[in-house]
Each structure stands twice: as C-alpha cells, then as structure tokens.
Design a protein around this ligand. Structure first.
Ligand code: NAD
Ligand code: DAU
Length: 339
C-alpha cells in the first residue's frame, strides 16, 4: 500500500479548492495533489503560486467534461480520493446564461463518476451546496429536507448532487456529499458579496445591495469548510449527505454595514439596486449530523471576517487585476448598474 495518498482535486484553482489544497499541504507531510482545473474566469493559478515548485503538487489544465483527460489522470496518478469542487458557481451568471452550469455542474459530475466506476478509488466527495434546498423562512434544513432549488445554478448543483448519490446507490461507488453554506475568506473571486463589497469599499465604489437587503445568508469561514470536508472524507458514511453550516446567519444589510466598519468607510457607499431575479430569501442549515460525528468549527465569525478584510487589504494586486475589464463589462451588460 502506498503511504503517500493522492488527492485528485477538481476545480482546485478556484476559491474553496485552492484553500483546500493549501489545507492539505499544511496538514499532511505525505500527500500528493493533482489539481484538474479548466481555468475559467474563476480559476486562478496565482492562488497556488506558492506551490509551483512543490514536486507533490501537479496542475493539469483541463475540463472535467473531457472524459479523455479525466481517464488519463486516473491511469497516470491512480488517485485515492477525488474531491469535486469544479463548478460554475455564481448565481447571477447562471441567471444570465445557464449553459455552462448545466455542462459542468451536471455532465461534468457524470464524467468524473464514470471514471471512478471504471478505475475505482477510496472516496468520491461531491461538493454540493445549501442552495439545493431552496429558501426557508424559519427553522433550518436537515439532510432529510426535500430539495427545491430555485435558480439555474442551484438546480444544476442539485442534479450533480443526486447523480453522485445515484452512483452510490446503483454501483456502490464510495460517494459522500457535502452541502455547505456561504463561504468567505482569502482568494474569493470579487463577484461574490463579501469580496465584492470589501474591495469596492476599499476603492470608494458603491456597494450594490440587491432589493431590500434583508435576504439572509449563513456565513462559513472557508478554512472551517476545508476542515469539514476532510473530516467528512475520513469519518463520513458512504452514500450520506452532510450539511456544513457557518452558524452565522445575517441579513445582507448587516454584513454590508460590518464591511464598511472594517474598511473604515461610511454607509453613504451603500447603493440599493434592483433585486436578483428569483432571489432566495434565506438559507439555513442544521449541521448536527456532522457535529455528532465530531466536527467543530474553529473560527469565530468576527475574527475570521477581520482576517478576511486584512487579506484583501494586503493582496490588492490579486483582486485589482480581476476587477478590471471583463468583470465590469459583464455586470454592465447584465444588470445595467453603474459601479
Ligand atoms: P469558484 O467559482 O471560485 O471556483 C470554481 C473552480 O472550478 C474554478 O477554478 C474554475 O476554473 C473551475 N472549473 C469550472 N468549470 C470547470 C470545468 N468544466 N472543468 C474543470 N474546472 C472547472 O467556486 P467556489 O466558490 O470555490 O466553489 C467551489 C465549489 O463549492 C462549487 O462546486 C460550489 O458549488 C461549491 N460551494 C460553494 C460555496 C461558496 O460559498 N462559494 C458554498 C457551498 C458550496
Ligand atoms: O449558499 C451557498 C452558495 O453561496 C454557493 O453555493 C454559491 O456558489 C455562492 O455563490 C453563494 O451564493 P449566493 O447567491 O448566496 O452568494 P452571493 O455572494 O452571490 O450573494 C450573497 C447575498 O448577497 C445574496 O442574497 C445576494 C446578495 N448580493 C450579492 C451580490 C453579488 C447583493 O446584494 N449584491 C451583490 O452585488
């Protein structure tokens, strides 16, 4: 038996995937990581620049929908574990055009599952999302709650989630599915609420708050998420779903005001704009299933938010380049808002 485990991380150049790869190298001496990433607008090799000379880190540029590349990786590297982060991940973009979401978040999962069926591995972790449950006005979703995704992103994620389960049920593939709440932390593409608002505030640009600003999200520090995924991989039961909650529910207006305080800016930067179409009102997860197994969050929201804001302050160059050009054009086209 090999004592150096090989992780195939798909979508590892994105926000959570790159944090997860860092987590692996920080926590294991004996580990090899193969990162298969298409490098869409959201994939950024800079996120892993510190690993470029590490012989145990292998980057493969490619699409999870491409069966040849996926099969070749299985043959060449014989992964023990596959953690699938690869996805189109932004709700607003899915409302603009859902095609890539259907391809990657559903068909891509099929290609990875078929390769696993052919070559085998120890664990297949499908990174799903709390959005598959849809919105909940009060109380919290458990893993038994029905799925009612409300936008093309969450619907395509629900497809990938249930397809992964079906390969456990039908072919006994060693699948575990995790559904996490909204993540924040370093390396998050500045189109999502927290990095967009933090960096806009730093640039004295308006913070475009959708609708009445009272939609609720449950914020999870990305480092706690990474640890939970690893915990589920090691301790989870095959075929099971595990919710991963942040335990920090907040209205968007509250987090907006917090960001302004942490960046030292005034509330005059808040700019109410038209609501997102089909905007889910509230997400809330009951994560007692994973907690009962022994997982616990390590980071308090307040300190993790401060660390996050500090990171965007220290890494201006990282996000400035992403916010130029293509990003602004996209928003102007789809939302006709001035930034
Ligand atoms: P992200 O958009 O930052 O990164 C996605 C990565 O996948 C990018 O590196 C991109 O290049 C890559 N990718 C996209 N299509 C691909 C393809 N066809 N083949 C190979 N690579 C491809 O996303 P994220 O926020 O890091 O989310 C990662 C995963 O976690 C997603 O599956 C998402 O649904 C899920 N999730 C995200 C959150 C969150 O708050 N961000 C919460 C719960 C679950
Ligand atoms: O809940 C998990 C999901 O969280 C993940 O599966 C998705 O990949 C991730 O993108 C995220 O989805 P949300 O739609 O909740 O995140 P986003 O950061 O886009 O928006 C958070 C809230 O802030 C939401 O209510 C919409 C609002 N918002 C967002 C943006 C980008 C604004 O008010 N203004 C904005 O400019």
């Amino acid at each position: 038996m090999r004592n150096k485990k090989t992780y195939l991380v798909t979508g590892g150049a994105g926000f959570i995937g790159s944090n997860y790869i860092h987590y692996l190298f920080e926590n294991y001496q004996q580990v090899k990581v193969v990162n298969l990433d298409k490098l869409t607008y959201a994939g950024n090799p800079e996120n892993l620049a510190d690993l470029k000379d590490n012989p145990d880190y292998i980057f493969v540029k490619g699409d999870i929908c491409d069966a040849k590349i996926v099969n070749d990786i299985f043959v060449k590297f014989k992964p023990d574990f596959l953690i699938n982060f690869a996805a189109e991940s932004h709700v607003d973009r899915s409302i603009g055009d859902a095609e890539d979401f259907i391809r990657t978040d559903m068909y891509g999962v099929y290609v990875l599952l078929e390769a696993t069926r052919k070559y085998g591995l120890e664990r297949f972790i499908q990174i799903s999302t709390d959005e598959v449950y849809g919105s909940i006005d009060s109380g919290s979703f458990t893993e038994e709650s029905p799925l009612k995704p409300g936008n093309p992103y969450s619907a395509s994620k629900a497809g990938g989630d249930r397809l992964a389960y079906s390969y456990f049920n039908t072919y006994k593939l060693p699948v575990i599915i995790t559904r996490a709440s909204n993540n924040y932390g370093p390396f998050q593409y500045p189109e999502k609420l927290i990095p967009l608002f933090v960096t806009n505030a730093m640039e004295d640009k308006p913070l475009p708050l959708y609708g009445d600003g009272k939609n609720v999200r449950d914020w999870l520090y990305v480092k706690d998420h990474c640890k939970a995924i690893e915990f589920a991989l090691k301790n989870g039961k095959l075929g099971e779903v595990y919710n991963i909650a942040g335990g920090s529910e907040m209205e968007n207006i509250e987090i907006t005001k917090l960001i302004l305080r942490l960046t030292g800016k005034t509330e005059s930067l808040i700019k109410p704009v038209a609501d997102r179409i089909g905007h889910d009102r509230r997400y809330s997860l009951n994560a007692s299933k994973l907690k009962t197994l022994g997982w616990n969050q390590e980071h308090a929201f307040k300190t993790a938010m401060q660390e996050t804001v500090d990171w965007y302050k220290k890494n201006r160059q990282w996000w400035e380049v992403l916010k130029s050009g293509e990003y602004l054009e996209y928003y102007k086209k789809h939302y006709k808002m001035e930034l």
